[in-house]
Design a protein around this ligand. Structure first.
Ligand code: GAR
Length: 195
């Protein structure tokens, strides 16, 4: 599906909106010998996203774009030409809280991955942990999947389950799942390249 050419790593852009802990884990992974990808671009819809600091730390190009609905078409057009210019072949969404247009997704068909903090197809969308706890679920987890035009509905690549303890809070659950996300995303990328 996504193929590497020769010994060269596949140029990848990571899209973020916040802390960027998944971005960091992807960058660290990308520097290992076994990684089929290199992280060449960081894209954010928020100029104050904490994760943008990794651009400086790891010397990776960054770009902030305004994805507000009324500007989405223009932003995506700019973004597409920027990605093309930088020879980006794979996109990893990592806490990117914007829904990309069908047109954009079509242009990168099968080349966009996302990580979501639930056991999809359960709990698509926002406020996952709150809804999981309200429903008194025994387990939750995280999922890496291909992005298609329906929210959090693309083909699942890998999932990791975590047990919910008695006094679990939204915060403790989010932390516990995030630790697993950092391991799952690199594993899912390895799987995608072996498909
Ligand atoms: C992660 O838990 C990720 O799964 C979630 O946002 C967090 C970002 O953390 N993504 C979504 O909810 C997407 N719908 P990070 O910025 O530290 O990687």
């Amino acid at each position: 599906m996504v193929q590497s050419t020769g010994n060269k790593k596949v140029k990848t852009a990571v899209f973020i909106s916040g802390t960027g802990s998944n971005l960091k884990s992807l960058i660290v992974f990308s520097k290992t010998k076994e990684s089929p990808i290199s992280v060449n671009l960081i894209i954010s819809n928020k100029s104050k996203a904490k994760g943008l600091n990794y651009s400086k730390i790891f010397k990776i190009k960054k770009k902030v774009l305004d994805f507000k609905k009324k500007n989405l078409v223009l932003s995506e057009r700019k973004l597409l030409s920027f990605l093309k210019k930088n020879n980006i072949k794979l996109i990893c969404l990592a806490g990117f809280m914007i829904i990309l247009s069908k047109n954009f997704i079509k242009k990168f068909n099968g080349k966009i991955l996302n990580i979501h903090p639930s056991l999809l197809p359960k709990y698509k969308g926002l406020n996952t942990h709150k809804r999981v706890l309200n429903n008194k679920e025994k387990y939750s987890g995280c999922t890496v999947h291909f992005v298609n035009s329906k929210l959090d509905s693309g083909k699942i690549i890998l999932q990791k389950k975590v047990k919910i303890k008695k006094n679990e809070t939204e915060n403790s659950l989010a932390k516990k799942i995030l630790i697993q996300e950092h391991k799952l995303y690199p594993k899912a990328i390895l799987k995608v390249f072996s498909l």
